[in-house]
Ligand binder design. Sequence first.
Ligand code: SAH
Length: 239
Amino acid sequence: MEKPKKSLSQNFLIDKNISKKIVNQTNIKGRQILEIGPGYGFLTDSILANNPKKVYLIEKDYNLKKLLIKKYKNNQKVNIIGDDILLTNLNEFKDLIIISNLPYNISSKIILYLFSYKESICEMIFMIQKEMALKFDYKLPKMNKYKFLTKIVSHYTRCFDVSSKAFFPKPKVKSTIVRFKFSKKTIDLNKAKYFSARIFKNVRKKIYNNINTNSDNNLLNKRVNELNIDELISIYDLF
Ligand code: SAH
């Protein structure tokens, strides 16, 4: 094993029970699975044990990618399709399930990137930093752009926490497994992003200062982080 690279947020899972528990958060049998950052293929092996139709892998570390090619060269189900998830076009896919112990340094960036491929994805099961898992949870107070966009595109669940002992090297932070189940509705994501940029631009101002609307809804006299998610969505619907 090589020295894990901090720059690529490499914290490898070493607890088999946890990797089994992760893949059991969804129904893998007969499905197309995409795994981001498989590393040594530890989680990949648990995915394969649940009998998927195909497993697509995207790994940015060149040496690990070579190792994965070798490891799975006789497995017809496994396809290594790229290096950097943030440069990968997923338009050709349909009904994908994405599973990943995400690189924590870019986890929110990856999640927002994947929202734009919503039409190709059915659900996503991710291990992320616990703090980040809370940031996406629109059921919790204090609205932010992550909560808003997550609610717009998906049904979000925090599944369970994972101790740092389950990794090598141990991350300094706690981890949580989360699930985004994408809604089937067609969504104007650009409109939602534009709205969130406007409404979260100046959180100390009252909402009517940040967005243009003729409505006299009382909620417009509040500040955005005083709203709950349903109130925020009701303002979005005026927009
Ligand atoms: N899934 C493995 C490794 C998780 S660590 C396990 O659970 O053991 C995060 C992994 O993501 C590392 O293998 C790292 O090399 C990879 N990675 C980092 N940035 C990436 C990117 N932009 N695209 C794809 N993989 C990336």
